[in-house]
Design a protein around this ligand. Structure first.
Ligand code: SF4
Length: 284
């Protein structure tokens, strides 16, 4: 069996940075303060488990955070309200918001102040989108379908941004439609380069192999997008797993060439375990 790994897969810059920030703080906690993240640091249970074993506490809400502690803001970022709530608690804040996300937060804040109506193309229940909306008074229209756009009234000025992990095709389609929704429209393609590289590589990979294994958290938005892209090319031969032992080996041994890609929060050690397990499989 031949195994081919996508040119771009696994940890992105923002996730790698957030994990380094967390481990550095855990290893250098001279004052022995409690160290929290609000929600899991990244959408990968295995990495979250490692961080928790190293002492990181996961708070579900600002109320769960004790005073005199350290709070790491995860790469998805948080809304201004949440940031202010944490700030009131006599804690040290370490902001690990990915710079690409921070830039979107600053953009919506700036254009909201200039009187623009904000539109975010993305998933309304994704923490990154909820956070961004919180920097424009939670007044953005959040859209991901043509029907969502039809509900937006015609306005004077519209500012369009997009969740960093959305498919580029969807952004172009919906942002073109949004042109007709205001006299003046300013658009920012804020899909991050790591996402675009991973999506493009996944598409190329899926075209050139017999089956694809996508590795990544079941709650990871960017992993799910890779699954969708690969399914588009290989509807019956795309498999989503989180860890090596979930590989559907009985099915996979029927294929000669297997492609592997992984979401932006999948660590290299999990990818390596999958490659190792696949390489040991005989072809039936
Ligand atoms: S996917 Fe992009 S925006 Fe999100 S953390 Fe990674 S680099 Fe940052």
């Amino acid at each position: 069996m031949k195994v081919i790994v996508a040119d771009h897969s696994g940890f992105c810059f923002g996730v790698e940075r957030a994990i380094k920030i967390a481990f550095d703080k855990l290893n250098d906690n001279i004052s022995k303060k409690n160290i929290y993240t609000l929600g899991p640091l990244i959408h990968n249970q295995q990495v979250v488990d490692k961080l928790q074993n190293a002492g990181l506490k996961v708070a579900d809400a600002p109320d769960d955070i004790e005073g005199n502690s350290v709070v790491i803001i995860r790469s998805h970022g948080v809304s201004k309200d949440i940031y202010d709530l944490i700030n009131e608690k006599n804690v040290d804040i370490i902001d690990a918001t990915c710079p690409f996300v921070k830039k979107i937060q600053n953009t919506v804040k700036k254009y909201k102040a200039k009187g623009y109506t904000i539109v975010i193309i993305g998933n309304s229940d994704h923490p990154e989108v909820m956070g961004i909306n919180g920097w424009c008074d939670n007044q953005a229209y959040i859209v991901k379908t043509e029907e969502d756009i039809e509900k937006i009234p015609f306005v004077q000025k519209l500012c369009v941004v997009v969740q960093t992990t959305m498919p580029t095709g969807l952004y172009y389609k919906l942002s073109d439609m949004l042109e007709k929704k205001a006299e003046q429209v300013i658009k920012f393609n804020t899909i991050c380069s790591a996402t675009m590289d991973r999506q493009e590589s996944a598409r190329n990979l899926a075209k050139n192999v017999d089956a694809v294994v996508v590795i990544g958290g079941y709650h990871s938005s960017n992993t799910q997008k890779l699954v969708d892209i690969c399914k588009n090319e290989k509807p019956d031969a795309t498999f989503h797993i989180e860890i090596a032992k979930e590989l559907p080996v009985d099915v996979l041994k029927n294929y000669e060439v297997i492609g592997i890609t992984a979401g932006a929060s999948t660590p290299k050690w999990i990818i390596d375990e999958v490659i190792e397990r696949l390489s040991d499989l005989p072809i039936s």
